[in-house]
Design a protein. Structure first.
Length: 377
């Protein structure tokens, strides 16, 4: 979600969005730079068509052009490459998705091809709790990125050490040798209870910080930690979408990708159930004003935060313009200079306003529509 916000906030047109398949091995690796070169030429034609000067066009495309000369770069790819370039802004993503080869030049970045990775029915969080570090990972089925946590409480080890020193007593046993004695630690029941109470307070502080970070989100959260910590955190938790099961064990011993894979086994059944329930909800409300498959209505509703559930067909675009000042939506049969994919607009603003987006094959879409929505009111 942070990456979506980053792309949206830096969508100061003209914006160039490039998508292409890439290859991990084989002769086709040599063809990938050629594909990108052709897409750059197409972007150049479109930028000039929008009235951009030759010099500014060259500056805008310069970061992408530099990739053509980086031999090492092309030898370390995934299945797909997504590139976003605007004045003073450049991002690229190697992703496990084989995109169709195309370029979009408009006033905003084109993000919808990423929805299979970023949509709410494929995105989840993992909160890894260990003695030395608290980590929050934002994950999809194929990716995991750590979110920097500001103003989080001290390490759990500090809480445990403090209680250990306060509540455990060292008693003398019989001398082993002259001048030596062995140490025996006895834990008191009250001390153990105090430790649990302090850990619970510690977790409440973490929960408070997460509540601000995850506000208006409906994304599953999986806790990773040793057995005795999971029920304690569940007691402190106020986030509605905490999963009942967690990743058990010391998360310090697991990489971000390993945590993601173990958490995915927990959230995948949840996603399938959520998707089925969302489609059923759309069908139940099909005879009311709470649902729509009219793109104009959906664009307007998404801009005002009214869309609760949005279904968009993968690989389908609907070109047009949306005038934010007067709320005017104009749909076009074919892409025109300055157009944006209005399905893309609806998906982005649904996510940013806390709604859920499902990116589905066209044959799985409700009512066989290319876009469909359930409104909050």
């Amino acid at each position: 979600m942070n990456e979506i916000r980053n792309l949206v906030e830096n969508s100061v047109g003209p914006c160039v969005s490039v998508f292409m398949p890439t290859h991990i091995a084989g002769e086709q690796i040599r063809q990938d730079p050629i594909r990108l070169k052709n897409l750059i030429k197409e972007a150049e034609v479109r930028l000039v068509g929008m009235g951009l000067s030759s010099q500014k066009t060259k500056q805008l495309l310069s970061p992408i052009n530099k990739l053509l000369r980086r031999t090492f770069f092309w030898r370390h790819q995934s299945d797909g490459l997504a590139i976003f370039s605007a004045a003073g802004f450049f991002r690229l993503y190697r992703l496990p998705v084989s995109f169709n080869e195309f370029v979009v030049v408009t006033h905003t970045f084109h993000i919808k091809p990423l929805l299979s990775l970023l949509a709410s029915d494929g995105r989840f969080y993992v909160l890894a709790l260990s003695q030395n570090k608290v980590r929050l990972l934002e994950c999809t089925r194929y990716s995991a990125s750590e979110i920097v946590l500001e103003d989080m409480p001290e390490r759990l080890a500090d809480v445990l050490t403090h209680d250990f020193e306060r509540n455990l007593q060292m008693h003398s046993a019989a001398p082993v040798r002259q001048g030596e004695r062995s140490a025996i630690f006895h834990g008191h029941g009250r001390g153990i209870d105090d430790t649990k109470a302090n850990i619970l307070k510690y977790f409440c502080r973490i929960d408070s910080g997460l509540s601000e970070l995850l506000i208006n989100q409906q994304v599953p959260l999986v806790i990773a930690g040793v057995d005795y910590l999971l029920p304690l955190y569940a007691k402190a938790n106020t986030y509605k979408y905490l999963m009942d099961d967690g990743v058990k064990g010391n998360p310090e011993e697991l990489s971000a990708d390993e945590l993601r894979d173990r958490a995915w086994a927990i959230v995948e059944p949840h996603f399938l159930k959520t998707r089925k329930e969302a489609i059923a909800r759309y069908q139940e409300l099909s005879d009311t004003s709470r649902v729509s498959s009219d793109l104009t209505e959906i664009v307007l509703a998404s801009n005002h935060g009214r869309v609760d559930l949005l279904f968009v067909a993968v690989g389908v675009q609907s070109w047009g313009t949306f005038d934010l000042e007067n709320g005017q939506v104009n749909l076009h049969q074919a892409e025109q200079p300055g157009d944006q994919d209005l399905m893309d607009f609806a998906a982005i603003h649904t996510l940013l306003n806390g709604g859920i987006v499902f990116a589905l094959p066209l044959k799985q879409m409700p009512s066989n529509a290319k876009v469909a929505a359930v409104f909050r009111y």
